[in-house]
Write a protein that binds this ligand. Structure first.
Ligand SMILES: [Zn+2]
Length: 388
């Protein structure tokens, strides 16, 4: 067996530890581009507090607002243009505070601004770009997630959307893993319950898909099991009561583990289709993953019965064989989806029946290539028709 395992240089985890951001930034540079996406954190003064903390450590900061949507090509290009108006040096640090969208935007801009052979981030995107590569190290990035979901704070890619033409593709390079990740679960307490549910289901989908991926490897698999053990009980509880410190910490931990796992194992069918649901039907990423997850598990059951059974045994050891355990695990996931308010049908999330063929072609990408078994276009169309 051969494998590589990549992760950020430093992971700082803990309730309230955003107070250490100034010290961490001062290790990497003297000026910070603070990219923030959360209006709520802005309103309750957290961003102000963070900027003051940087100031106290002798780090100048400039603020850039991220739009509250999944980043589009034009958003990245605009931020790159803004960065380029400053005289950039090695001592500039990008601090991204927000959900996965904000962190992806910041990671992409930090990379493109240092790799100017392309005119737009679109030139670098997998499958649709001009095949340009990130060869120069990006500006140093410190990622501070404010949701417990995407895990993008520890991954080597940034997902960028386009609607005309419709695609959702990655900018990817080993160089793009943020240098420092600061996970302060207290930042997630103000999340509305719908966002908590969607982002949490994204983390669960990432943990499971990386565990059964055809590129699965021992370290990410160990991380995925630890994450699932935390997330499966914590998510329904935290959707009911968002103020629970214990459950918020569990979800932040699980999301972090899901990012480390997916960055080193890849994903599968649910994420493949979720990309198409995002670009063709504008379904939020976490919701799209959640709707697809139970079906993706049933589709892969025949080739991953043992792994699904292993995941079930984290919670219940009483089934008589792998087949029973694997089925029980899928029912368990159905139950979590129901508990946190995920509708089971595509038509309930705004998909029209005539969009299904476009969803099939839009699903072919890096995620689907990790799915444990091949799924033909015809089979995928039938799967989506049944789910509609
Ligand atoms: Zn995801």
């Amino acid at each position: 067996m051969n494998y590589d395992f990549l992760s950020p240089t430093q992971i700082v985890f803990g309730w309230g530890r955003r107070s250490e951001l100034g010290k961490l930034a001062a290790k990497l540079g003297s000026r910070v581009f603070l990219v923030s996406g959360s209006r709520t954190l802005e309103r309750i003064g957290v961003i102000e507090q963070v900027a003051a903390g940087l100031d106290q450590c002798g780090v100048k900061s400039e603020r850039f607002a991220a739009a509250s949507r999944e980043p589009e090509v034009a958003d990245v290009d605009l931020l790159v243009t803004e960065f380029l108006k400053r005289e950039l040096t090695e001592r500039d640090v990008v601090v991204a505070i927000g959900g996965g969208s904000t962190i992806d935007l910041a990671k992409a801009a930090a990379a493109v601004v240092r790799n100017r052979q392309g005119s737009s981030v679109a030139d670098f995107l997998e499958g649709v770009g001009r095949g340009m590569q990130i060869t120069q190290p990006p500006l140093n990035v410190i990622a501070v997630p404010t949701t417990s979901g995407t895990g993008t704070e520890v991954t080597k890619n940034a997902v960028i959307s386009s609607y005309q033409p419709a695609f959702k593709k990655s900018l990817r390079s080993d160089l793009m893993i943020p240098r420092i990740v600061l996970v302060d679960p207290e930042l997630t307490v103000s999340l509305p319950c719908e966002t908590t549910a969607y982002t949490g289901m994204d983390a669960i989908t990432q943990l499971i898909e990386s565990y059964i991926s055809r590129r699965a490897a021992p370290i990410p698999q160990a991380l995925a099991l630890s994450g699932l053990k935390l997330a499966i009980p914590a998510l329904p509880a935290v959707v009911r009561d968002g103020s629970s410190r214990e459950n918020r910490e569990a979800m932040s931990q699980a999301a972090l583990l899901s990012g480390l796992a997916l960055a080193n194992s890849g994903l599968g069918l649910a994420h493949g289709v979720a990309a198409a649901l995002g670009s063709h039907c504008r379904v939020p990423h976490g919701l799209a993953c959640a709707v697809m997850l139970p079906t993706a598990l049933r589709v892969n059951m025949s080739v991953r019965e043992r792994e699904l059974a292993e995941m079930e045994r984290l919670f219940d050891n009483s089934h008589s064989n792998d087949m029973e355990s694997a089925k029980a695990f899928v029912s368990r996931i159905d139950g979590v989806c129901r508990d946190v308010g995920i509708p089971p049908r595509l038509r309930e999330i705004g998909v029209t029946i005539d969009q299904l063929p476009a969803l099939v072609s839009g699903s072919r990408g890096n995620s689907l290539s990790g799915n444990p078994r091949d799924v033909s276009d015809q089979e995928l169309l039938e799967i989506l028709q049944q789910m509609w």
